[in-house]
Design a protein around this ligand. Structure first.
Ligand code: UD1
Length: 357
């Protein structure tokens, strides 16, 4: 069986690191396509190098652009690769514009589509990632859900065929690489264990709204009087801060370029708490046993709120939220048992022959 996987952005490289390995362990013919949505060295290549992901067979070099440009250009280029390689199944991950483009091409060419990280839902419904998820789930034949809540979300939308609870492949990777996290960054930045906060902000919902971004930065500045703030900065966030003429505030933080997975996990593991709007980092904070302040009105990982690990916070309440002392939470297997990728490969192998195509 020939499986084509489409990746394009950081969180997808992380997922591919374990899923790709599980597919090849089955002996599937595996074609990897990189859309080029993320292209900077530290947004893309470092992940391939550090996580030992196979070199993509095709790079579409799509780059940045408006949503239509990015999605449309990916579709045009990806369709050609699909014709050329003629896969039996196409796999897409998550909720990016690369995911949506891959899903649309698969559906139009009638190639069975597998969505890893299916069934996640959150407000606001007009957020690009939410649009991408809903459409991709509709078009998929294999919907691999990381949580039971995701399975239920699909059921509530009338989708119960082709749905599997697999657990979360990001948990697989965390468990696999935990003993290789790169703690050199702690010394490089002269950080003291559990005395700093890791912060990432990249969603356009926060970065492109001047009022929200200003409020986030002001709250972080207030917090920086008490705790060191380590801020690996996404290129979009850096651009907006400059455009909004707020670069001075950055002097209050330890601002660094985006960093690779092994360093990022080491940073989180030794931190006091985490502040983020990233879905992936919310879970990684939980894996590391850290509390996380989520600067969004909602999360697609609501089990983290129920567990007491994450707290949704509006920008103007960040300082208050993080300063409130709460009980520790108990970690349990809400994201599966670290074998999600193998489960996905098993299901694809077992089920493919029974698909009506
Ligand atoms: C995308 C995904 C988001 C995911 C995130 C992970 C969509 C709609 N969003 O958001 O779900 O959480 O990736 O990071 O697909 N840029 C660079 N260099 C790069 C990549 C981006 O400078 O290598 C800058 C460009 O100015 C670009 C902007 O960042 O316009 C935004 O990048 P884009 O890929 O459109 O979306 P992300 O915010 O990264």
């Amino acid at each position: 069986m020939k499986i084509l996987t489409l990746v394009g952005a950081r969180p997808q490289f992380i997922k591919e690191a374990v899923v790709g390995e599980a597919l090849r362990a089955k002996g599937f013919d595996h074609v990897l396509v990189h859309t080029g949505q993320h292209y900077d060295l530290n947004m893309s290549k470092v992940f391939f190098d550090k996580l030992k992901i196979k070199e993509p067979d095709f790079n579409l070099s799509v780059g940045s652009g408006s949503h239509a440009e990015q999605t449309g250009n990916t579709m045009i280029k990806f369709e050609k690769v699909v014709y050329e390689t003629n896969p039996d199944i196409i796999i897409v991950y998550g909720d990016t514009n690369s995911t949506l483009a891959g899903a649309l091409v698969s559906a139009k060419l009638k190639i069975p589509l597998a969505h890893v990280e299916a069934g996640l839902r959150q407000e606001p419904k007009d957020m690009p990632e939410e649009i991408n998820r809903v459409v991709t789930d509709r078009l998929s034949q294999f919907r691999f859900c990381p949580t039971k809540i995701a399975v239920n979300n699909l059921k509530n939308e009338g989708i119960s065929e082709g749905v599997w609870f697999t657990g979360d492949v990001m948990y697989d990777l965390y468990k696999k690489l935990e003993c290789h996290f790169d703690y050199s960054i702690i010394n490089e930045l002269s950080l003291k264990k559990e005395e700093y906060v890791v912060c990432t902000i990249h969603r356009d919902f926060n970065t492109d709204n001047k009022k929200r971004l200003t409020s986030i930065l002001k709250q972080l500045q207030m917090l920086s009087q008490e705790k060191e703030i380590v801020f690996p900065i996404h290129p979009r966030t850096a651009k907006r801060i400059e455009e909004f003429d707020m670069s001075d505030i950055l002097n209050s933080f330890t601002v660094i370029e985006p960093i690779d997975y092994l360093k990022m996990m080491a940073l989180v593991k030794n931190s006091w708490k985490v502040i983020t709007d990233s879905g992936g980092l919310q879970k990684e904070s939980y894996f590391a046993g850290k509390k996380v302040i989520v600067v969004m009105p909602d999360t697609s990982w609501s089990e983290l709120i129920d567990a007491g690990a994450a707290k949704l916070t509006e920008p103007e309440h960040i300082y208050e939220s993080i300063s409130t002392n709460e009980k520790d939470y108990i970690q349990n297997e809400i994201y599966g048992n670290g074998k999600a990728a193998k489960k996905i490969a098993d299901i694809l192998e077992r089920t493919y022959d029974n698909l009506d195509s």
